[in-house]
Design a protein around this ligand. Structure first.
Ligand SMILES: NC(=O)c1ccc[n+]([C@@H]2O[C@H](COP(=O)([O-])OP(=O)(O)OC[C@H]3O[C@@H](n4cnc5c(N)ncnc54)[C@H](OP(=O)(O)O)[C@@H]3O)[C@@H](O)[C@H]2O)c1
Length: 280
């Protein structure tokens, strides 16, 4: 078995750098068994970090996770998120308590603000701090925050404890390379890359397929290997079947050489200037 690499949180804790996303899980009772089996297989293979949100299937994805982690909660690192419209001090606490019930756990390992909203982040931070003090969350972080917003976070009292910024990152969406990745690296904040397959769009790219053929790999594996090459980046593909989980895990065996990286740079050029942060 290939070992899953790790990323290090600012506090020093190591987490799996290849985890599992759950957006669109929990929507259909017909698919539930397959989704639970997919997540369980991912855990068996060492993809011990699972990402979810109160928003996904209105909490349904958290319920799928509850089923998948039954009997092994302590091995799994759970990430969930509060929606901005709930992210006042009290709203954040209430949203987290509902997530805990759906997940059937006493604490969430990492709790994120899903995207910047109209509540001042200082209020959300008060909620995160109260939740940390009561043991309901272990770490907190943000999602879809650009560098300027990250600078505002760390300038707040207690803001330096931010454990991650979860943002869209894949071959098609390289905007964060212009400055955010470097800024996070400098502050020892791991980035969590969402939509690493660009929600499936990268699987039809001739440039990616061509390299995949040379490795006897698949386009999904090459797209994931490209994101996984980054140090201290956590990658969370969503796979709704055991076959896709197995395939994504196989990305850990794919090593792209300098020539292949250059080919991918030609097909998917790195950003030449600052662009607004991309999101789904
Ligand atoms: N913070 C945010 O705002 C935010 C936004 C978007 C996503 N996220 C998180 O990031 C996770 C991943 O992003 P994502 O779901 O947007 O997109 P993604 O992981 O890039 O792509 C998921 C899609 O790719 C398919 N897929 C997965 N593995 C495959 C394989 N080996 N071969 C072929 N198809 C494959 C999946 O189909 P199947 O389901 O059939 O396997 C699904 O349709 C989400 O689930 C969520 O947890 C966060």
């Amino acid at each position: 078995m290939t070992n899953v690499p790790v990323a290090t949180l600012p506090g020093g804790e190591k987490v799996a750098a290849l985890g599992q996303g759950t957006w669109n899980m929990g929507d259909s009772s017909r698919r539930r068994k397959e989704e639970v089996a997919a997540l369980k297989l991912g855990f068996d293979l060492g993809m011990m970090l699972v990402d979810t949100a109160e928003m996904y299937a209105s909490g349904g994805a958290e319920e799928v996770i509850a089923e998948a982690i039954a009997g092994r909660r302590d091995e799994i690192f759970i990430v969930s998120k509060v929606m901005p419209q709930n992210a006042s001090r009290r709203g954040t606490i209430a949203a987290c308590e509902k997530s805990l019930k759906r997940l059937k756990v006493d604490s969430i390992d990492l709790y994120l603000l899903h995207w910047p909203g109209s509540s001042p982040f200082s209020e959300t931070l008060e909620g995160f701090t109260a939740l940390t003090n009561s043991g309901k969350i272990r770490y907190w972080g943000v999602s879809n925050f650009d560098q300027r917003e990250m600078e505002e976070v760390i300038a707040l009292s207690g803001g330096g404890a931010v454990a991650t910024d979860q943002v869209m990152y894949n071959l098609n969406r390289r905007g964060i390379e212009f400055s955010l990745t470097g800024w996070c690296e400098k502050h020892h904040i791991p980035i969590m890359a969402y939509s690493p397959l660009d929600q499936g769009k990268l699987l039809r790219s001739p440039a990616v397929e061509n390299i995949a053929d040379r490795h006897s790999a698949t386009a999904a594996q090459v797209a994931l290997a490209w994101v996984l090459r980054q140090t201290n980046m956590i990658v969370i593909p969503k796979a709704g079947s055991e076959a896709h989980v197995r395939e994504n895990y196989g990305a850990l065996k794919v090593r792209l050489d300098a020539q292949e990286m250059a080919e991918l740079d030609r097909a998917f050029p790195p950003p030449g200037r600052k662009k607004p942060l991309e999101s789904t």
